[in-house]
Design a protein around this ligand. Structure first.
Ligand code: DGY
Length: 322
């Protein structure tokens, strides 16, 4: 009898085909994210779970699962999974780093270019029929990137790849991490380690590449935003909860900082009523950091492979914990 796998949302056809060869699969097709009560009942009998970054796989859910051997998330982030508890229960957890590094760094840099050159703002002006006068000396002026300081919080895979982009644009790169990266990496990226305080004070652009943890929760609040340069921009492609959104709205309204580019939010999706939507000095993206055709295919391949290994009691290719 085939083992059972539950997917909280569908994946590419090739991935489903692969899964069907080995397992009896069920795919949630209703409301997204799957309601907790439904997930609780679905997970009871399954051996494997494929989930997404908005599915909260906490102790309560894990406790409902009697046979669960593997959890495979279609994401690099795994803050939605109680990985400690999964480890205790000997459940393997797989995730999808590396394959989405370039796509996410590209998106962070796109937000940076967009907000600094006011591309989306200009697009809206034209679509709203408000572009009335041609080519004035002071029209829609943005800022140069060359010579500006790019501050990267979290020089891991994505942060380092963003640094490469920034280096190509002749920016000065500073970073803050829990630990210094190797001298070789610092040298190749032309990146200088600074304290968190220095990063906040000295950067013209800050890009966030840390996971959401107890330590980073609401890290960018008014106290921090006030320390940033008035001319600075904040970019976030990691997790929305690293920023205090209410404080960011106030900071953008009062021009405490110049602007922001966000791909992630405290609660997703956001709608038209969100206070960000009315602000001209922010660029918004609907959580598309890894969303390129090529990357999403690679993520599906890894998600399936991680699950297969975990189901056999083996370590997934990209494994959290054990
Ligand atoms: C991830 O993989 O964690 C991203 O947030 C999804 O784009």
């Amino acid at each position: 009898m085939k083992k059972k796998v539950f997917l909280t949302r569908t994946l590419h056809d090739f991935a489903l085909k692969e899964l069907k060869k080995r397992y009896q699969i069920k795919i949630h097709s209703g409301k997204i994210p799957i309601p907790k009560t439904k997930l609780r009942s679905k997970i009871k009998e399954v051996d494997g779970l494929i989930c997404f970054p908005y599915d909260k796989i906490d102790k309560e859910i894990i406790d409902c699962a009697k046979n669960l051997k593997a959890i495979s998330t279609y994401s690099v982030g795994f803050d939605h999974i109680d990985t400690e508890y999964a480890k205790e229960k000997k459940i393997r957890v797989g995730y999808t780093p590396e394959v989405l590094t370039d796509a996410t760094a590209d998106l962070a840099f796109s937000l940076l270019l967009d907000i600094s050159r006011r591309v989306s703002e200009g697009d809206k002006i034209i679509r709203d029929g408000k572009w009335k006068e041609i080519y004035g000396a002071f029209d829609y002026v943005g800022v140069d990137l060359q010579g500006k300081t790019m501050g990267i919080l979290g020089l891991g895979r994505i942060g380092s790849t963003l640094a490469k982009r920034a280096k190509a644009f002749d920016m000065k790169i500073i970073y803050h991490n829990r630990k210094h990266v190797s001298k070789t990496r610092e040298k190749s990226l032309n990146a200088k380690y600074v304290s968190f305080e220095e990063l906040i004070i000295e950067s013209d652009f800050i890009s966030i590449h840390v996971p959401h943890t107890k330590e980073t929760d609401q890290l960018f609040d008014m106290k921090i935003l006030k320390k940033m340069k008035k001319t600075a921009f904040l970019i976030n492609t990691s997790r929305g909860k690293v920023i205090n959104e209410k404080d960011l709205v106030t900071a953008l309204k009062k021009k405490t900082i110049s602007g922001a580019g966000l791909d992630v939010f405290e609660t997703e999706p956001i709608n038209k009523k969100h206070p960000f939507v009315k602000l001209p000095n922010i660029v918004l993206a609907p959580h598309i950091g890894s969303s390129t055709k090529e990357t999403r295919i690679k993520m599906a391949e890894i998600t399936v492979e991680n699950l297969n290994l975990g189901m056999k009691g083996k370590k997934p290719i990209y494994s959290v914990g054990h």
